[in-house]
Design a binder for this molecule. Structure first.
Ligand code: GDD
Ligand code: MG
Length: 360
């Protein structure tokens, strides 16, 4: 079985992290976003993953080789000369996908969930239609593709991308299983699978939706990334609590990499991920945040609701809060207050920023 992951462009919504690392390689819970998906695909018998990208893949190639060996799966890149949207990239790799008659998976690269791919394969076989999509319920459906389905059969009656008016609260989770005949509907030109392909298949009664149980999040923006982190850790708590960190200074769900060092008198949690080789000095308070690899947080600093990029330093008694995102190699001097700021990579911060802004 094969799978295509739609990796897309430069991940502008995850800047400044994506200024120094391609989005698929940005870690989510200490593992590159894309590796979560590749592992889940491997687990259900996928043998080749094709990454559909529209920028220079050179930066990724060596890392992908490493993933190939680690996971034991073939990974190839298909590069577009112009962005082909969410369907066009599939036409570009048509030959490869048609090497067998088996259906293939398509994944948006920025979604996280518990990947019920085996259930999807069973569901797909059972309904016999052309395409299966995974759907999930959300409170705010307007920024997604909304799916109206027959509750009994799962047959999709209507697919509306980013609706202006309320259509329903079940949305496209960005994970599909498609028969190769779907490729007959797609040309190698900019095409939206959500606006052009799915509505057409639904019209013919050949599109079916399986409702996801459990958590789901599109983590393509910092606020949603942190929400996704909370949901992921909560899922771990209920399913593999042994994976989470514990101890007197830990509150709620926390994951600290075994190579990280944590000093005396810290209070960590809830919803915190500390990356490899981080150093958290004494008396530090961390809540709802993630520290990427190699971050140092000096004594008595407080980080909440924020993402700290690789190898950055947070000075003594600093307060970083309110959806601040620090790029790679940012250094914040002692006693500084940062509120809702976005800091570009390689900066030194010497003064307070009390209002949300971008620090260039
Ligand atoms: N190769 C390639 N080329 N990939 C692309 C392109 C392109 O031109 N454009 C977008 N992508 C990739 C993105 O990187 C992402 O992984 C996926 O396609 C979806 O694009 P987004 O830009 O993230 O779309 P969205 O989040 O607004 O909406 C999509 O995802 C929602 C779920 O998160 C839609 O599929 C919605 O229907 C869905 O509900
Ligand atoms: Mg998205």
């Amino acid at each position: 079985m094969k799978a295509v992951i739609l990796v897309g462009g430069f991940g502008t919504r995850l800047r400044p992290l994506t200024l120094t690392k391609p989005k698929p390689l940005v870690e989510f819970v200490n593992k590159p976003i894309i590796l979560h998906q590749i592992e889940a695909l491997k687990d259900v018998g996928v043998t080749e993953v094709i990454l559909a990208i529209n920028y220079q893949p050179q930066v990724m190639l060596s890392v992908l080789e490493e993933f190939e060996t680690k996971v034991g799966i073939k990974i190839t890149c298909s590069q577009e000369t112009e962005p082909l949207g969410t369907a066009g990239p599939l036409a570009l790799v048509r030959e490869k996908l048609c090497e067998s008659d088996e259906p293939f998976f398509v994944l948006n690269s920025d979604v996280t969930c518990r990947y019920p791919l085996n259930e999807m394969i069973e569901f797909h076989k059972a309904h016999g239609g052309e395409a299966s999509i995974l759907v999930t319920k959300v409170d705010e459906p307007s920024k997604y593709g909304v799916v109206v389905l027959d509750e009994e059969t799962g047959m999709v009656k209507n697919f509306v991308e980013k609706p202006k008016f309320f259509v329903g609260n079940k949305i496209n989770a960005g994970i599909y299983l498609l028969n190769t005949c779907v490729l007959n509907r797609i040309q190698p030109r900019p095409t939206s699978i959500e606006r052009e392909v799915f509505p057409a298949i639904a019209n013919e009664g050949n599109l079916f939706a399986m409702v996801l149980t459990g958590f789901w999040m599109d983590i393509g923006q910092p606020k949603d990334y942190l929400k996704g982190l909370r949901l992921y850790l909560d899922h771990e708590r209920r399913n593999s609590p042994q994976e989470l960190s514990g101890g007197p200074n830990i509150i709620g769900n926390v994951l600290i990499d075994s190579s990280a060092k944590v000093g005396e008198g810290c209070i960590i949690g809830p919803d915190v991920v500390v990356g490899p080789n981080c150093v958290v000095e004494s008396g530090v308070r961390l809540s709802s945040c993630t520290l990427m690899r190699g971050v140092r947080v000096k004594s008595s600093a407080h980080v909440s609701g924020s993402i700290i990029g690789w190898y950055s330093t947070i000075g003594e008694s600093v307060l970083v809060s309110n959806m601040s995102v620090l790029g790679e190699d940012v250094h914040v001097r002692d006693t500084i207050y940062l509120n809702g700021v976005v800091v570009l990579p390689h900066k030194e911060i010497k003064s307070h920023f009390v209002n949300p802004e971008i620090i260039m």
